[in-house]
Design a protein around this ligand. Structure first.
Ligand SMILES: Nc1ncnc2c1ncn2[C@@H]1O[C@H](COP(=O)(O)OP(=O)(O)OP(=O)(O)O)[C@@H](O)[C@H]1O
Ligand SMILES: [Mg+2]
Length: 433
Protein backbone atom coordinates (compact mmCIF):
# COMPACT_ATOMS: atom_id res chain seq x y z
CA UNK A 1 0.00 0.00 0.00
CA UNK A 2 1.15 3.62 -0.33
CA UNK A 3 4.05 2.65 1.53
CA UNK A 4 3.31 0.09 3.95
CA UNK A 5 4.93 2.65 5.97
CA UNK A 6 3.02 4.67 8.53
CA UNK A 7 4.87 7.90 7.55
CA UNK A 8 3.64 7.76 4.03
CA UNK A 9 0.04 7.37 5.16
CA UNK A 10 0.28 10.34 7.46
CA UNK A 11 1.78 12.47 4.71
CA UNK A 12 -1.01 11.52 2.31
CA UNK A 13 -3.79 12.19 4.80
CA UNK A 14 -2.21 15.48 5.79
CA UNK A 15 -2.10 16.58 2.18
CA UNK A 16 -5.79 15.75 1.65
CA UNK A 17 -6.76 17.72 4.78
CA UNK A 18 -4.63 20.67 3.74
CA UNK A 19 -5.59 20.85 0.05
CA UNK A 20 -9.12 19.53 0.37
CA UNK A 21 -8.43 17.37 -2.74
CA UNK A 22 -9.09 13.65 -2.41
CA UNK A 23 -7.13 10.77 -3.93
CA UNK A 24 -7.93 7.21 -4.85
CA UNK A 25 -5.18 4.69 -4.56
CA UNK A 26 -5.00 0.96 -5.08
CA UNK A 27 -2.64 -1.30 -3.25
CA UNK A 28 -1.88 -4.63 -1.81
CA UNK A 29 -2.01 -5.28 1.92
CA UNK A 30 0.48 -7.97 2.66
CA UNK A 31 -0.65 -8.93 6.21
CA UNK A 32 -4.22 -9.33 4.98
CA UNK A 33 -3.16 -10.73 1.61
CA UNK A 34 -5.78 -8.58 -0.07
CA UNK A 35 -6.05 -5.75 -2.59
CA UNK A 36 -7.88 -2.52 -1.71
CA UNK A 37 -9.05 0.56 -3.50
CA UNK A 38 -8.92 3.40 -0.97
CA UNK A 39 -10.71 6.68 -1.47
CA UNK A 40 -9.17 9.34 0.79
CA UNK A 41 -11.19 12.58 0.71
CA UNK A 42 -11.93 15.73 2.67
CA UNK A 43 -15.66 15.85 3.69
CA UNK A 44 -15.17 19.14 5.67
CA UNK A 45 -12.30 21.53 6.04
CA UNK A 46 -9.81 20.19 8.59
CA UNK A 47 -11.18 16.59 8.30
CA UNK A 48 -10.51 13.66 6.21
CA UNK A 49 -12.40 10.41 5.57
CA UNK A 50 -11.31 7.16 4.03
CA UNK A 51 -13.38 4.49 2.25
CA UNK A 52 -11.62 1.22 1.53
CA UNK A 53 -13.02 -1.27 -0.95
CA UNK A 54 -11.78 -4.84 -1.22
CA UNK A 55 -10.85 -5.32 -4.90
CA UNK A 56 -8.94 -8.59 -4.50
CA UNK A 57 -11.33 -10.50 -6.76
CA UNK A 58 -11.08 -7.90 -9.57
CA UNK A 59 -7.28 -7.77 -9.35
CA UNK A 60 -7.10 -11.57 -9.52
CA UNK A 61 -9.32 -11.59 -12.60
CA UNK A 62 -7.14 -8.94 -14.21
CA UNK A 63 -4.02 -10.88 -13.36
CA UNK A 64 -5.51 -14.08 -14.78
CA UNK A 65 -6.47 -12.22 -17.93
CA UNK A 66 -2.98 -10.81 -18.35
CA UNK A 67 -1.53 -14.25 -17.83
CA UNK A 68 -3.88 -15.87 -20.29
CA UNK A 69 -3.14 -13.16 -22.87
CA UNK A 70 0.57 -13.80 -22.41
CA UNK A 71 0.07 -17.53 -22.80
CA UNK A 72 -2.12 -17.00 -25.85
CA UNK A 73 0.60 -14.90 -27.49
CA UNK A 74 3.21 -17.45 -26.56
CA UNK A 75 1.09 -20.19 -28.02
CA UNK A 76 0.27 -18.23 -31.18
CA UNK A 77 3.96 -17.43 -31.66
CA UNK A 78 4.89 -21.05 -31.27
CA UNK A 79 2.64 -22.02 -34.22
CA UNK A 80 4.92 -22.97 -37.11
CA UNK A 81 2.77 -21.27 -39.75
CA UNK A 82 1.58 -17.69 -40.10
CA UNK A 83 -1.26 -16.73 -37.76
CA UNK A 84 -2.82 -13.29 -37.62
CA UNK A 85 -6.08 -11.63 -36.67
CA UNK A 86 -8.14 -8.66 -37.86
CA UNK A 87 -10.88 -6.76 -36.12
CA UNK A 88 -14.19 -5.65 -37.61
CA UNK A 89 -12.56 -2.46 -38.95
CA UNK A 90 -10.07 -4.56 -40.90
CA UNK A 91 -7.24 -3.59 -38.60
CA UNK A 92 -4.64 -6.09 -37.51
CA UNK A 93 -4.87 -7.15 -33.88
CA UNK A 94 -2.36 -9.97 -33.97
CA UNK A 95 0.60 -11.00 -36.14
CA UNK A 96 2.71 -13.94 -34.98
CA UNK A 97 6.45 -14.48 -35.41
CA UNK A 98 5.96 -16.88 -38.30
CA UNK A 99 3.94 -14.26 -40.22
CA UNK A 100 6.86 -11.89 -39.66
CA UNK A 101 9.18 -14.51 -41.12
CA UNK A 102 7.11 -15.25 -44.22
CA UNK A 103 6.12 -11.66 -45.02
CA UNK A 104 9.26 -9.92 -43.83
CA UNK A 105 7.05 -7.41 -41.93
CA UNK A 106 7.44 -6.86 -38.16
CA UNK A 107 4.34 -7.07 -35.98
CA UNK A 108 5.09 -3.59 -34.65
CA UNK A 109 4.64 -2.21 -38.18
CA UNK A 110 1.32 -3.97 -38.56
CA UNK A 111 -0.72 -3.92 -35.37
CA UNK A 112 -3.52 -1.36 -35.52
CA UNK A 113 -2.88 -0.81 -39.24
CA UNK A 114 -5.52 -1.32 -41.92
CA UNK A 115 -5.50 -4.49 -44.09
CA UNK A 116 -4.84 -2.58 -47.32
CA UNK A 117 -2.06 -0.57 -45.73
CA UNK A 118 -0.18 -3.79 -44.99
CA UNK A 119 -1.15 -6.03 -47.93
CA UNK A 120 -1.77 -3.43 -50.63
CA UNK A 121 -4.67 -3.58 -53.08
CA UNK A 122 -3.48 -6.43 -55.28
CA UNK A 123 -5.46 -9.34 -56.74
CA UNK A 124 -4.53 -11.72 -53.92
CA UNK A 125 -5.47 -9.29 -51.17
CA UNK A 126 -8.85 -8.60 -52.80
CA UNK A 127 -9.53 -12.34 -52.95
CA UNK A 128 -8.57 -12.52 -49.33
CA UNK A 129 -10.95 -9.72 -48.47
CA UNK A 130 -13.85 -11.46 -50.24
CA UNK A 131 -13.27 -14.50 -48.05
CA UNK A 132 -12.97 -12.26 -44.98
CA UNK A 133 -16.40 -10.72 -45.69
CA UNK A 134 -17.88 -14.15 -46.35
CA UNK A 135 -16.63 -15.51 -43.02
CA UNK A 136 -17.91 -12.42 -41.15
CA UNK A 137 -21.30 -12.69 -42.85
CA UNK A 138 -21.85 -16.43 -42.49
CA UNK A 139 -19.91 -16.90 -39.24
CA UNK A 140 -18.56 -20.11 -40.79
CA UNK A 141 -14.87 -20.87 -41.17
CA UNK A 142 -13.48 -21.20 -44.69
CA UNK A 143 -10.39 -22.86 -46.06
CA UNK A 144 -8.57 -22.36 -49.31
CA UNK A 145 -5.06 -22.73 -50.69
CA UNK A 146 -2.82 -20.11 -52.21
CA UNK A 147 -0.11 -17.59 -51.44
CA UNK A 148 -0.25 -14.80 -48.87
CA UNK A 149 -0.93 -11.36 -50.38
CA UNK A 150 2.63 -10.43 -49.31
CA UNK A 151 5.76 -12.55 -49.22
CA UNK A 152 7.57 -15.14 -51.31
CA UNK A 153 6.25 -18.04 -53.38
CA UNK A 154 5.40 -20.22 -50.41
CA UNK A 155 2.13 -22.05 -50.98
CA UNK A 156 -0.24 -22.28 -48.00
CA UNK A 157 -3.37 -24.01 -46.92
CA UNK A 158 -5.21 -21.09 -45.30
CA UNK A 159 -8.02 -21.38 -42.73
CA UNK A 160 -10.09 -18.34 -41.84
CA UNK A 161 -12.11 -18.45 -38.59
CA UNK A 162 -14.71 -16.00 -37.32
CA UNK A 163 -13.83 -14.42 -33.96
CA UNK A 164 -15.90 -12.19 -31.67
CA UNK A 165 -15.15 -9.06 -33.65
CA UNK A 166 -13.33 -10.09 -36.77
CA UNK A 167 -11.39 -13.06 -38.07
CA UNK A 168 -8.28 -15.03 -37.31
CA UNK A 169 -6.21 -16.61 -40.04
CA UNK A 170 -4.07 -19.71 -39.79
CA UNK A 171 -1.82 -20.72 -42.71
CA UNK A 172 0.07 -23.98 -43.15
CA UNK A 173 3.04 -24.22 -45.51
CA UNK A 174 2.18 -26.91 -48.09
CA UNK A 175 4.78 -25.97 -50.73
CA UNK A 176 6.48 -29.37 -50.54
CA UNK A 177 3.15 -31.19 -50.71
CA UNK A 178 2.19 -29.07 -53.72
CA UNK A 179 5.53 -29.84 -55.43
CA UNK A 180 5.02 -33.57 -54.86
CA UNK A 181 1.47 -33.27 -56.16
CA UNK A 182 2.65 -31.44 -59.31
CA UNK A 183 5.43 -33.96 -59.94
CA UNK A 184 2.99 -36.84 -59.37
CA UNK A 185 0.59 -35.30 -61.89
CA UNK A 186 3.49 -34.94 -64.35
CA UNK A 187 4.54 -38.56 -63.79
CA UNK A 188 0.98 -39.77 -64.21
CA UNK A 189 0.73 -37.88 -67.51
CA UNK A 190 4.07 -39.34 -68.65
CA UNK A 191 2.94 -42.82 -67.71
CA UNK A 192 -0.34 -42.34 -69.56
CA UNK A 193 1.62 -41.18 -72.61
CA UNK A 194 3.93 -44.20 -72.35
CA UNK A 195 0.96 -46.55 -72.08
CA UNK A 196 -0.60 -44.85 -75.11
CA UNK A 197 2.60 -45.20 -77.16
CA UNK A 198 3.10 -48.83 -76.10
CA UNK A 199 -0.52 -49.68 -76.88
CA UNK A 200 -0.18 -48.04 -80.27
CA UNK A 201 3.04 -49.97 -80.93
CA UNK A 202 1.32 -53.18 -79.91
CA UNK A 203 -1.64 -52.44 -82.17
CA UNK A 204 0.74 -51.61 -85.00
CA UNK A 205 2.68 -54.81 -84.37
CA UNK A 206 -0.56 -56.80 -84.48
CA UNK A 207 -1.53 -54.99 -87.64
CA UNK A 208 1.86 -55.72 -89.20
CA UNK A 209 1.55 -59.41 -88.40
CA UNK A 210 -1.87 -59.43 -90.07
CA UNK A 211 -0.48 -57.52 -93.07
CA UNK A 212 2.45 -59.94 -93.29
CA UNK A 213 0.13 -62.94 -93.32
CA UNK A 214 -2.13 -61.34 -95.93
CA UNK A 215 0.86 -60.37 -98.06
CA UNK A 216 2.19 -63.90 -97.96
CA UNK A 217 -1.16 -65.27 -99.06
CA UNK A 218 -1.56 -62.62 -101.78
CA UNK A 219 1.99 -63.11 -102.99
CA UNK A 220 1.36 -66.80 -103.41
CA UNK A 221 -2.17 -66.74 -104.79
CA UNK A 222 -2.44 -63.50 -106.76
CA UNK A 223 0.99 -62.30 -107.88
CA UNK A 224 1.73 -65.23 -110.21
CA UNK A 225 -1.56 -65.21 -112.15
CA UNK A 226 -1.35 -61.42 -112.22
CA UNK A 227 2.06 -61.56 -113.89
CA UNK A 228 0.63 -63.99 -116.48
CA UNK A 229 -2.28 -61.61 -117.18
CA UNK A 230 0.14 -58.71 -117.65
CA UNK A 231 2.22 -60.84 -120.02
CA UNK A 232 -0.85 -61.93 -121.98
CA UNK A 233 -2.05 -58.35 -122.22
CA UNK A 234 1.34 -57.30 -123.59
CA UNK A 235 1.11 -59.97 -126.27
CA UNK A 236 -2.53 -59.09 -127.04
CA UNK A 237 -1.57 -55.45 -127.53
CA UNK A 238 1.34 -56.39 -129.74
CA UNK A 239 -0.92 -58.58 -131.86
CA UNK A 240 -3.66 -55.96 -132.04
CA UNK A 241 -1.22 -53.26 -133.13
CA UNK A 242 -0.82 -55.20 -136.37
CA UNK A 243 -4.53 -54.63 -137.07
CA UNK A 244 -4.57 -51.05 -135.82
CA UNK A 245 -6.35 -49.74 -138.89
CA UNK A 246 -9.56 -51.72 -138.37
CA UNK A 247 -12.41 -50.32 -136.25
CA UNK A 248 -12.70 -53.59 -134.32
CA UNK A 249 -8.97 -53.64 -133.58
CA UNK A 250 -9.12 -50.03 -132.35
CA UNK A 251 -12.02 -50.79 -130.07
CA UNK A 252 -10.34 -53.95 -128.77
CA UNK A 253 -7.12 -52.01 -128.21
CA UNK A 254 -9.03 -49.53 -126.04
CA UNK A 255 -10.52 -52.41 -124.04
CA UNK A 256 -7.17 -54.11 -123.58
CA UNK A 257 -5.55 -50.80 -122.54
CA UNK A 258 -8.27 -50.25 -119.93
CA UNK A 259 -7.82 -53.81 -118.63
CA UNK A 260 -4.07 -53.27 -118.54
CA UNK A 261 -4.50 -50.02 -116.56
CA UNK A 262 -6.60 -51.73 -113.91
CA UNK A 263 -4.34 -54.79 -113.82
CA UNK A 264 -1.28 -52.59 -113.31
CA UNK A 265 -3.14 -50.89 -110.50
CA UNK A 266 -3.89 -54.26 -108.85
CA UNK A 267 -0.26 -55.23 -109.37
CA UNK A 268 0.82 -51.99 -107.71
CA UNK A 269 -1.33 -52.71 -104.65
CA UNK A 270 0.06 -56.22 -104.34
CA UNK A 271 3.62 -54.96 -104.79
CA UNK A 272 3.10 -52.30 -102.10
CA UNK A 273 1.67 -54.88 -99.76
CA UNK A 274 4.55 -57.24 -100.31
CA UNK A 275 7.16 -54.51 -100.11
CA UNK A 276 5.72 -53.45 -96.85
CA UNK A 277 5.56 -56.91 -95.35
CA UNK A 278 8.94 -58.30 -96.33
CA UNK A 279 12.29 -57.11 -95.02
CA UNK A 280 13.83 -54.87 -97.66
CA UNK A 281 17.38 -55.57 -98.80
CA UNK A 282 18.58 -53.04 -101.35
CA UNK A 283 20.56 -54.22 -104.32
CA UNK A 284 23.25 -51.53 -104.59
CA UNK A 285 24.61 -50.81 -108.04
CA UNK A 286 26.09 -47.82 -109.83
CA UNK A 287 23.09 -45.73 -110.74
CA UNK A 288 22.63 -42.71 -112.96
CA UNK A 289 20.22 -40.67 -110.89
CA UNK A 290 18.73 -38.53 -113.64
CA UNK A 291 18.04 -41.50 -115.87
CA UNK A 292 16.51 -43.41 -112.98
CA UNK A 293 14.20 -40.54 -112.08
CA UNK A 294 13.06 -39.98 -115.64
CA UNK A 295 12.37 -43.69 -116.03
CA UNK A 296 9.85 -43.65 -113.18
CA UNK A 297 6.63 -44.80 -114.74
CA UNK A 298 3.91 -42.19 -114.44
CA UNK A 299 0.31 -43.18 -113.83
CA UNK A 300 -1.55 -43.70 -117.09
CA UNK A 301 -4.32 -41.33 -116.07
CA UNK A 302 -2.42 -38.07 -115.39
CA UNK A 303 -5.06 -35.30 -115.74
CA UNK A 304 -4.47 -32.81 -118.56
CA UNK A 305 -4.29 -29.85 -116.16
CA UNK A 306 -1.44 -31.39 -114.17
CA UNK A 307 1.98 -30.29 -115.38
CA UNK A 308 5.03 -32.35 -114.39
CA UNK A 309 8.57 -30.98 -114.45
CA UNK A 310 12.02 -32.18 -113.37
CA UNK A 311 14.71 -29.94 -111.90
CA UNK A 312 18.17 -31.25 -111.26
CA UNK A 313 21.04 -29.30 -109.80
CA UNK A 314 23.26 -32.34 -110.24
CA UNK A 315 22.65 -33.74 -113.71
CA UNK A 316 24.71 -36.80 -114.59
CA UNK A 317 25.17 -37.71 -110.93
CA UNK A 318 26.15 -41.36 -110.63
CA UNK A 319 25.88 -42.94 -107.25
CA UNK A 320 25.77 -46.33 -105.64
CA UNK A 321 22.21 -47.12 -104.66
CA UNK A 322 19.25 -49.33 -105.52
CA UNK A 323 17.55 -47.73 -108.57
CA UNK A 324 14.43 -49.81 -108.08
CA UNK A 325 14.03 -48.42 -104.57
CA UNK A 326 14.43 -44.87 -105.91
CA UNK A 327 11.83 -45.56 -108.58
CA UNK A 328 9.35 -47.04 -106.09
CA UNK A 329 9.79 -44.09 -103.75
CA UNK A 330 9.24 -41.56 -106.51
CA UNK A 331 6.40 -43.42 -108.18
CA UNK A 332 4.46 -43.38 -104.89
CA UNK A 333 5.19 -39.72 -104.15
CA UNK A 334 4.38 -38.64 -107.72
CA UNK A 335 1.13 -40.62 -107.67
CA UNK A 336 0.10 -38.98 -104.38
CA UNK A 337 1.00 -35.52 -105.73
CA UNK A 338 -1.05 -36.03 -108.88
CA UNK A 339 -4.00 -37.36 -106.85
CA UNK A 340 -3.85 -34.25 -104.63
CA UNK A 341 -4.30 -32.09 -107.77
CA UNK A 342 -6.94 -34.27 -109.41
CA UNK A 343 -9.70 -31.68 -109.16
CA UNK A 344 -8.02 -28.32 -109.79
CA UNK A 345 -4.86 -29.42 -111.59
CA UNK A 346 -1.50 -27.80 -110.82
CA UNK A 347 2.26 -28.19 -110.94
CA UNK A 348 4.19 -31.27 -109.89
CA UNK A 349 7.94 -30.75 -109.57
CA UNK A 350 10.58 -33.38 -108.91
CA UNK A 351 13.88 -31.80 -107.84
CA UNK A 352 17.25 -33.22 -106.90
CA UNK A 353 20.17 -31.50 -105.21
CA UNK A 354 23.03 -32.19 -102.81
CA UNK A 355 23.31 -30.91 -99.25
CA UNK A 356 25.79 -31.87 -96.53
CA UNK A 357 26.71 -35.22 -98.04
CA UNK A 358 23.07 -36.04 -98.61
CA UNK A 359 21.21 -36.46 -101.85
CA UNK A 360 17.90 -34.62 -101.50
CA UNK A 361 15.01 -35.54 -103.74
CA UNK A 362 11.84 -33.49 -103.37
CA UNK A 363 8.41 -33.99 -104.88
CA UNK A 364 6.24 -30.84 -104.69
CA UNK A 365 2.65 -30.39 -105.66
CA UNK A 366 0.28 -27.44 -105.61
CA UNK A 367 -2.64 -29.58 -104.48
CA UNK A 368 -4.91 -29.82 -101.48
CA UNK A 369 -2.24 -29.88 -98.77
CA UNK A 370 -2.57 -32.03 -95.65
CA UNK A 371 -4.68 -31.03 -92.65
CA UNK A 372 -3.28 -31.16 -89.09
CA UNK A 373 -5.60 -34.00 -88.24
CA UNK A 374 -4.27 -36.18 -91.08
CA UNK A 375 -0.60 -35.15 -90.82
CA UNK A 376 0.43 -37.50 -88.02
CA UNK A 377 -1.18 -40.57 -89.60
CA UNK A 378 0.01 -40.51 -93.18
CA UNK A 379 3.03 -42.79 -92.74
CA UNK A 380 0.96 -45.46 -90.96
CA UNK A 381 0.16 -48.52 -93.04
CA UNK A 382 -3.48 -48.81 -94.10
CA UNK A 383 -4.19 -45.13 -93.44
CA UNK A 384 -5.88 -43.50 -96.38
CA UNK A 385 -8.33 -40.66 -97.05
CA UNK A 386 -9.02 -41.87 -100.58
CA UNK A 387 -11.97 -44.02 -101.62
CA UNK A 388 -9.72 -46.17 -103.82
CA UNK A 389 -6.58 -45.86 -101.67
CA UNK A 390 -4.89 -48.69 -99.79
CA UNK A 391 -2.86 -46.52 -97.43
CA UNK A 392 0.37 -48.32 -98.22
CA UNK A 393 2.16 -45.82 -100.45
CA UNK A 394 3.84 -43.64 -97.83
CA UNK A 395 4.45 -46.53 -95.42
CA UNK A 396 6.38 -48.20 -98.25
CA UNK A 397 8.19 -44.95 -99.14
CA UNK A 398 9.36 -44.63 -95.55
CA UNK A 399 10.53 -48.23 -95.43
CA UNK A 400 12.39 -47.89 -98.73
CA UNK A 401 14.07 -44.61 -97.73
CA UNK A 402 15.12 -46.11 -94.40
CA UNK A 403 16.44 -49.23 -96.13
CA UNK A 404 18.74 -46.89 -98.10
CA UNK A 405 19.90 -45.32 -94.80
CA UNK A 406 17.82 -42.17 -95.33
CA UNK A 407 14.53 -40.68 -94.25
CA UNK A 408 11.48 -38.90 -95.57
CA UNK A 409 9.50 -35.97 -94.22
CA UNK A 410 7.14 -33.33 -95.60
CA UNK A 411 6.07 -29.72 -95.50
CA UNK A 412 2.51 -28.80 -96.28
CA UNK A 413 0.00 -25.98 -96.32
CA UNK A 414 -3.69 -26.68 -96.66
CA UNK A 415 -4.95 -25.35 -99.98
CA UNK A 416 -1.41 -24.53 -101.17
CA UNK A 417 0.29 -27.88 -101.63
CA UNK A 418 2.78 -30.34 -100.21
CA UNK A 419 6.46 -31.11 -100.60
CA UNK A 420 7.85 -34.51 -99.67
CA UNK A 421 11.56 -34.45 -98.95
CA UNK A 422 13.63 -37.64 -99.23
CA UNK A 423 17.13 -37.44 -97.76
CA UNK A 424 19.55 -40.18 -98.78
CA UNK A 425 23.14 -40.29 -97.55
CA UNK A 426 25.61 -40.23 -100.42
CA UNK A 427 27.65 -43.40 -100.15
CA UNK A 428 31.41 -42.91 -100.08
CA UNK A 429 31.42 -44.41 -103.56
CA UNK A 430 29.25 -41.70 -105.03
CA UNK A 431 30.74 -40.51 -108.27
CA UNK A 432 30.11 -36.95 -109.35
CA UNK A 433 30.61 -36.25 -112.99
N1 LIG B 1 0.84 -35.05 -101.81
C1 LIG B 1 -0.19 -35.22 -100.97
N2 LIG B 1 -1.12 -34.25 -100.82
C2 LIG B 1 -2.15 -34.40 -99.97
N3 LIG B 1 -2.35 -35.50 -99.19
C3 LIG B 1 -1.46 -36.49 -99.30
C4 LIG B 1 -0.34 -36.42 -100.17
N4 LIG B 1 0.37 -37.54 -100.05
C5 LIG B 1 -0.28 -38.32 -99.15
N5 LIG B 1 -1.37 -37.70 -98.71
C6 LIG B 1 -2.31 -38.18 -97.67
O1 LIG B 1 -1.73 -39.30 -97.04
C7 LIG B 1 -2.57 -40.43 -97.11
C8 LIG B 1 -1.71 -41.68 -97.17
O2 LIG B 1 -0.99 -41.73 -98.39
P1 LIG B 1 -0.53 -43.11 -98.94
O3 LIG B 1 0.21 -42.89 -100.18
O4 LIG B 1 0.15 -43.86 -97.85
O5 LIG B 1 -1.89 -43.88 -99.18
P2 LIG B 1 -2.97 -43.59 -100.31
O6 LIG B 1 -2.38 -42.72 -101.36
O7 LIG B 1 -4.20 -43.14 -99.67
O8 LIG B 1 -3.21 -45.04 -100.87
P3 LIG B 1 -2.18 -45.92 -101.76
O9 LIG B 1 -0.94 -45.11 -101.94
O10 LIG B 1 -1.93 -47.13 -100.95
O11 LIG B 1 -2.90 -46.18 -103.02
C9 LIG B 1 -3.41 -40.19 -98.34
O12 LIG B 1 -4.64 -40.90 -98.30
C10 LIG B 1 -3.61 -38.68 -98.27
O13 LIG B 1 -4.63 -38.34 -97.37
MG1 LIG C 1 -0.50 -43.15 -102.25
Amino acid sequence: MVGDRYDDWLKLCGKVVQTGQGVIIEGYCKPLNRWFSINVYCPEKGYMAMIAKDITARRKTEQALRLSEKQYKKLANSIAGPFFALDSCLKFTFWNKSTEKFTGIKSTDVLGKHFFFVFGKNKLSRRFLDIYHDVIRTKHPRAFSGKLPKGDDTFFEIEVYPTGNGISVLARDITERKKIQVSMEKNTKRLEELVRIRTEKLNNAERLVAIGETAGMIGHDIRNPLQSIIGELFLAKATLSEFSETKLAKSLMECVTAIEEQTLYINQIVADLQDFAKPLVPCIIETNLDETIRAVSLPLDVPQNVHISYLSVVPHLVLRTDPLFIKRILSNLIRNGIQAMEINGGELTVSTFLRDNFLIVTVSDTGTGISDEVKEKIFKPLFTTKSKGQGFGLAVVKKLAEALGGNVHFETQVGRGTTFIVELPLSSNAILS
